[in-house]
Design a protein around this ligand. Structure first.
Ligand code: HEC
Length: 474
């Protein structure tokens, strides 16, 4: 008896094992249900392998882009290529299933199983099951063999972290030990802006991969987890800023637009296309009702957020000030500091008090400061709004009094050019970064260099070691 029960159990186990091994199905309600097809794990790999080469944003054949779910769903020249729930009405199915199939054009047709996956995925509603943290690159840290150019820096509002741009990542340094605390790895290759918001609870990052996509990343600073990755435009984006309530972000782009995007639902609220060239910076007014954007077209434009309508030219660009590379808003006033090609930092009031005149006088100008040794790429206010710092292509960083324009300190901030700088929130230190990939920390009062370190861990590859050894021998 004991034996027969054992036998029974083992038979039963065998049957169970067989059910699980022989099919990927799950048993429920006595029916065998097939697991729904996953867009993320099953469809995307096929699109990448067989379709993306001819249907990417750079030059989409038939106007169809398959590199993002939204684009794929939008369809191409002939309209929607996918009709949810209706594979037989979907152009995509028609084109991949003919004999020979029209797509992928001039290439190995998809297998019967792959076509079936597409059919089932569409039949099941063509859903996007991409996980929220899919934009993290397999959790692996990028490896550097050469120093990266530093394009963005930010201190956390509590002063404990310094966030530094790397390639595909933002590195968080402890401001006491200058050791790496965390590496926030994402999909965007280039990082152009790093901004703390919501009293430091949130870290916003903007950048992108050239000619592919622009990306805004929202990180939770308590867990160092990516909570949102919002794609916008097909190129790197610049000049991220948060609305005062931290519900919206504004960005500039190489497609000459400024966009305001609502963070929770990722809706594009404003697409402002009044600039004539790349837009490098955005700032919101203190009440969040307006933003100012700056561009290579030399203009600073004031725009109403709710309507997206152009309100005013803040500067008078007929004065030939040159391309504007960056702007910073005064921490507690509607004033914007603009820097760029003509080497002179200029402080403007955002809202006009005097009517425009025929001569187009630069009426909003509060003060023009000392010219720098090269074009200016970086600008930052101290948290109390009393000082500002600029970094130039002369490799120098300087600190000034906002009120009277007095120069307070001059520092060698990089060997070639300073592209990023940030004040410690208590105003005593200034961090700079630029072409040589090194972070320099200065005493903001004396200008004395307190620390210097490479922004990322650099690995010498075996071949480089060989090269070094060989060159050492000759
Ligand atoms: C070698 C290049 C190439 C590859 C690879 C390729 N396509 Fe295409 N595809 C084209 C071209 C070219 C057109 C435009 C055809 C035309 O206008 O006659 C097109 C058009 C389409 C269209 C119609 C778009 C429209 O609205 O007009 C769909 C759908 C499509 N392709 C799907 C796919 C899928 C799915 C794959 C991968 C399985 C794929 N293609 C791979 C070149 C390619």
């Amino acid at each position: 008896m004991g034996i027969s029960i054992l036998k029974f159990i083992s038979y039963f186990a065998l049957i169970l094992l067989c059910v699980f091994l022989c099919s990927p199905s799950v048993i429920a309600d006595g029916h065998i249900k097939e697991k729904p097809v996953s867009y993320y794990t099953q469809i995307v790999p096929i699109l990448k392998r067989s379709c993306q080469g001819c249907h990417h944003p750079g030059d989409p054949n038939g106007d169809l882009i398959v590199t993002s779910y939204d684009e794929l769903k939008r369809g191409g020249m002939a309209g929607e290529a996918i009709i949810s729930g209706k594979p037989d009405d979907s152009l995509l199915i028609e084109l991949i299933s003919g004999d020979p199939p029209a797509m992928p054009q001039n290439q190995e047709p998809l297998s019967k199983e792959e076509i079936d996956l597409f059919r089932r995925w569409i039949l099941e509603g063509a859903k996007d099951d991409t996980p929220a943290d899919a934009d993290v690159m397999d959790g692996e840290n990028p490896i550097y063999t050469v120093p990266p150019v530093i394009s963005a820096l930010a201190y956390s509002p509590d002063g404990t972290s310094l966030a530094v741009s790397g390639v595909h990542e933002v590195l968080l340094y402890d401001t006491k030990t200058f050791e790496i605390k965390a590496r926030l790895v994402g999909k965007a290759r280039r990082i152009t802006s790093i901004v703390y918001a919501d009293a430091g609870k949130v870290l916003g990052v903007a950048g992108g991969s050239p000619a592919q996509f622009g990306e805004i990343q929202i990180w939770d600073t308590a867990t160092n987890k990516l909570t949102k990755a919002i794609r916008s435009t097909y190129d790197t984006i610049y000049g991220l800023s948060f609305s005062p309530d931290t519900k919206r972000v504004a960005i500039g782009s190489s497609d000459k637009t400024v966009r305001v995007i609502s963070i929770t639902d990722e809706k594009e609220l404003v697409k402002f296309d009044n600039h004539g060239d790349w837009v490098f910076g955005t700032v919101f007014s203190t009440d969040g009702s307006h933003f100012v954007s700056c561009s290579r077209d030399t203009a600073l434009k004031l725009v109403e957020v709710d309507t997206g309508s152009f309100v005013d030219d803040v500067n008078s660009s007929n004065k030939g000030y040159g391309e504007i590379n960056a702007i910073a808003r005064h921490p507690n006033a509607d004033q914007v500091l603009s820097v760029g090609e003509d080497r002179i930092p200029r402080l403007y009031r955002m809202f006009r008090q005097t009517r425009r005149d025929v001569g187009n006088t630069d009426f909003n100008l509060i003060r023009a400061y000392e010219a720098q040794g090269g074009s200016i790429d970086a600008v930052a206010f101290s948290a109390d709004g009393r000082k500002f710092a600029v970094g130039s292509s002369a490799g120098e960083a300087r600190i000034y009094n906002v009120a009277d324009g007095k120069r307070l300190a001059s520092m060698q901030g990089d060997t070639v050019g300073v592209f990023a700088l940030a004040f410690h929130p208590n105003g005593t230190q200034l961090a700079t970064g630029g072409f040589d990939g090194k972070i320099r920390i200065f005493d903001a009062n004396s200008g004395q260099q307190l620390n210097i370190f490479m922004s990322v861990p650099i690995e010498t590859t075996a071949s480089e070691e060989v090269t070094l050894a060989v060159s050492g021998m000759t």
